[in-house]
Design a protein around this ligand. Sequence first.
Ligand code: AMP
Length: 227
Amino acid sequence: MSASSVARYIVLLGAPGAGKGTQAELLEQALKLPHVASGDLFREHLKNETELGRLARSYIEKGELVPDDVTIAMVRERLSQPDCAKGAILDGFPRTIPQAQALEDMLADLTGGTYELIPIYIEVPQDVLLARLGGRWTCRNCQAVYHELFNPPQVPGVCDECGGELYQRPDDTPETHRRRIEVYMEQTAPLIDYYREQGLLVTVDGRPSVQEVRTALLAVIRGGEHD
Ligand code: AMP
């Protein structure tokens, strides 16, 4: 099989506020791979008041992680859809080591064992994360993410992409931000070492502008550089 026909799954790793969602949308356009965000999948379930949504709500509102079994089943269902057969840009999943192991199992299963996994760590210091999380606005319709200072929409309150209404997520409060960063440090940061030990990890500096980070991400994805 030629390299271009191997399904490519890009895993964006980084703390809440590192820019995973913003960059995933840009990569989706550049690479023509679907953006699969576990947080967006949960928010769809909340909006549609499904059983899964009811189960996940209390965790999300507190900034805690939804249990692995529920999260893994939801992502597996999404990755089984035909548009993910050539790969996907994963944003917010995996967030624990068991989720990372489950991802490997499900990709082996769904692709017949031929796939490339590219974990990219978008590194941003903690003080910058808190500042970014503070001014975040999300499109109610297409989930595009903006920041009132660092990445503002052209018209305040209106999505550049689809004209949808921008809102602040209910879990975008200072207490939840602190808790989400703590949960990230405890449960998700170990994934950085997990992928580094496998020789797969790529690190990109997440502090420069949205466009500069995008350029750096595309360079490592296309160039195949590793840490
Ligand atoms: P996000 O939009 O990625 O910041 O996710 C919002 C919230 O959804 C998180 O704070 C968690 O409560 C939940 N969530 C999203 N992805 C996961 C995951 N992979 N594992 C567990 N919980 C998750």
